[in-house]
Design a protein around this ligand. Structure first.
Ligand code: ADP
Length: 273
């Protein structure tokens, strides 16, 4: 093939090369900004509880401080902030391990109904503490097999149910529903709590993102729970979404791949010659 306009061809090639390089540089810049923001978020999130603890300790160290009741309250508050720091460290550790691919997805086939019931049992006490009724709308008595990482999906369920308690209402209900689609199952966790304003929905799964409501209500949390959930579901090549009506409640739903039950080989007797 002989080109009619070789100079134009070379020009075109150089243009393409330059545009590709520009895309690469933009991507590097984006990653760099992401890293910077991430670090500044972390230090900000650590500062708040640390300053609070420091404040309570300083107050208690004051020679004039005599009020025993108040001292007990300050210690309680300091202890809550210590808890907050340890949650943060645990969640940060988890998300960085997930993102570096250090913990791979261990697929196995199991009945999702059994896992949901297990998680519900383990969270029954917490539900009582929040005065929330935890229910499972089960239609498939025989159980439905999924192909997924059982422990990681347990974590997803725990995080979503835990949020439904934190942002739920006193005397409310958290319902878990299971639906079968063609190749997938859909699991939904629904609460009738404070709900989420529409403008926040697109940012909900970002690391450290918390709505103003949850911050002002002083609800404990790292802001990493949903980021961990999203990461786990996407690592399974599945999807997660949320719908919510502010003031009325929210539904978080995620899909999993259906797993066919593998029947064991029948025992064929060995023929002796
Ligand atoms: P955390 O709960 O530790 O703040 P998450 O990542 O789990 O962090 O959630 C991020 C934010 O999304 C929460 O701070 C809260 O504002 C909002 N959110 C999550 N789940 C719910 C829910 N079920 N109802 C209302 N708001 C929620």
């Amino acid at each position: 093939h002989v080109s009619a306009d070789p100079i134009n061809d070379v020009e075109q090639e150089v243009k393409e090369w330059a545009s590709q390089k520009k895309t690469e540089i933009d991507e590097l810049r984006r990653q760099e900004k992401f890293r910077r923001d991430f670090l500044s978020n972390i230090s900000h999130e650590f500062k708040t509880p640390l300053f609070a603890i420091q404040g309570y300790i300083e107050a208690l160290q004051d020679d004039d401080f005599e009020d025993k009741e108040m001292a007990a309250q300050f210690l309680e508050k300091a202890s809550k902030n210590v808890d907050r720091l340890s949650y943060l460290i645990k969640d940060l550790d988890e998300i960085s391990k997930l993102e570096s691919g250090e913990i791979p997805i261990n697929y196995s086939k199991f009945k999702i109904n059994d896992l949901i019931k297990e998680v519900m049992e383990s969270m029954e006490m917490k539900a009582k503490k929040h005065n929330i009724k935890l229910t499972f709308k089960q239609k498939y008595d025989e159980g439905i097999y999924v192909n997924a990482d059982r422990e990681k999906i347990r974590q997803v369920l725990v995080n979503l149910i835990d949020n439904s308690f934190k942002y739920g209402k006193d005397g409310g209900e958290t319902g878990i529903s299971l639906f079968t689609l063609h190749e997938q199952v859909l699991i939904e966790v629904t609460d009738d709590g404070i709900g989420i304003e529409e403008k926040y929905l697109p940012r909900l799964f970002e690391r450290f993102f918390r709505t103003d409501t949850s911050r002002s209500r002083q609800i404990g949390g790292s802001g990493l729970g949903l980021a961990i959930v999203k990461h786990i579901i996407e690592a399974h090549q599945q999807t997660i979404n949320v719908r919510s009506t502010d003031g009325l409640g929210s539904t978080f739903g995620f899909t999993l791949q259906k797993g066919k039950q593998i029947l064991p080989f029948p025992n064929i007797p060995v023929l002796k010659s």
